[in-house]
Design a protein around this ligand. Structure first.
Ligand SMILES: *Cc1c(COP(=O)(O)O)cnc(C)c1O
Length: 392
């Protein structure tokens, strides 16, 4: 599944690209350039720099050398021309939408989308930006839902909670034909396991808080795409909203990236072991992860992905909230919590005992439990799940 040659190139990007230790005394890690501003020897040099802040070190809300190292690596990993980093994944997403949309525009969301993004879009309805969410991978169905004012197709593949996949290439072709920009939240796959820009998607977005940071100690985000689009997002969404990534947080994400390739191999291996166990368990009705796909869907996954990460959901046979509670509370290695992508395994139930109708409207079964496979021993995690399933 993993294309070995490309993976090795990615390893080199994660470990070395964008760094020049000669500039900083041979230090093998880049300095945290903890400064707010950069001074200039003369007004003649300062004036042009200030007028092109995107290309010069002027002020850390714009461009900072430590943040820039991370941006170079992420652009290269995604095969994009340019990357801009943000203070969080949500800052990256909201700044992108803020930049690209205006009153009267429509966004078509495909698949289950990270919840706060839809909440944001409900909020910006007051600015005259409309949206629809379509749960279908059928290209004709997608085309039918495009409106004359659709400016952006925004998708997740694999999607939040359900891990459903979409044909990126077909969607990109359709969108280009209609003059619509495409954006994907690629957080689940990381830039190692899926490179959406190579399939024609215009913008790839990450929450660096997840696998890229990798140690549950940094919040960050990134947008990767063409010079033109990323420059526009920098100029407006980034500069006006001010969601700049701090140099220290960028440095943590750079440190996270160095081990991303080996971590992702391990996450994939452990997730597959856990899924193989769950597949045979009588109390599990369904597993939502690309690894269990069959037929055409599997072919598509293998075509556009180089690996599978370790966040997925299971649907229990029982639909009773009390049983779900017993299962989740009985886990002892998996900790209950939001987020994912760090070292620690996590569990989170979609059902809160009061939201059955809302879950059904989002195409989510009330028996859904989300599991995140961290870096603990896979056998230990299987034992933990097996034990918890015996309790309800
Ligand atoms: C966490 C997450 C985000 C938001 O990222 P933050 O860094 O928490 O703002 C966006 N998309 C997906 C798929 C996520 O999991």
């Amino acid at each position: 599944m993993i294309n070995k040659k490309l993976f090795e190139m990615d390893e080199n990007i994660c470990t070395h690209l964008g760094e020049d230790s000669k500039k900083y005394f041979g230090a093998v890690t880049p300095p945290i350039v903890q400064t707010t501003l950069f001074s200039y020897p003369s007004l003649e040099e300062f004036i042009p720099a200030l007028s092109r802040e995107r290309e010069n070190y002027v002020y850390t809300r714009g461009v900072n050398p430590t943040v820039e190292v991370l941006e170079k690596k992420l652009a290269a990993l995604e095969c994009g021309e340019k990357c801009k980093c943000f203070a969080s994944g949500m800052a990256a997403i909201s700044s992108t939408l803020f930049t690209l949309l205006k009153a009267g525009n429509h966004i078509l969301f495909l698949n289950n989308i990270y919840g706060p993004v839809l909440s944001y879009c409900n909020f910006i309805k007051k600015y005259g930006v409309e949206h629809d969410v379509l749960f279908s991978s059928d290209i004709d169905e997608i085309e039918k839902h495009i409106k004359p004012n659709t400016r952006l197709i925004y998708l997740e593949s694999p999607s939040t909670t359900k891990m459903e996949i979409l044909d990126l290439e077909k969607i990109a072709i359709l969108a280009k034909r209609k003059g619509i920009i495409t954006a994907i939240d690629n957080t689940w796959s990381t830039p190692l396991f899926q490179k959406p820009l190579t399939f024609g998607i215009d913008i790839s977005i990450h929450s660096c808080t997840k696998y890229i940071g990798g140690h549950s100690d940094v919040v960050g985000g990134a947008v990767i795409g063409s010079h033109k689009l990323v420059d526009e997002i920098f100029e407006y969404g980034h500069q006006f909203n001010g969601g700049a990534l701090s140099p220290f947080d960028a440095w943590l994400a750079i440190r996270g990236l160095r081990t991303l390739p080996i971590r992702m191999k391990q996450h994939q291996e452990s997730a597959i072991k856990v899924i193989d166990f769950l597949k045979k368990h009588p109390k599990i009705e369904k597993i939502n992860h690309p690894y269990v796909l069959e037929g055409e869907a599997k072919e598509l996954a293998e075509k556009q992905m180089r690996g599978y990460s370790s966040l997925f959901s299971i649907e229990l046979v029982t639909k009773d909230f009390e049983d779900i509670k017993i299962f989740v509370n009985s886990l002892s290695v998996f900790q209950i919590g939001v987020s994912w992508g760090g070292f620690e395994s996590l569990v989170n139930a979609s059902n809160n005992g009061m939201n059955k109708a809302s879950l059904e409207s989002q195409n989510i079964s009330p028996s859904t439990v989300r599991l995140y496979i961290g870096l603990e021993n896979a056998e230990l995690l299987i034992e933990d799940i097996n034990n918890a399933l015996s309790k309800n």
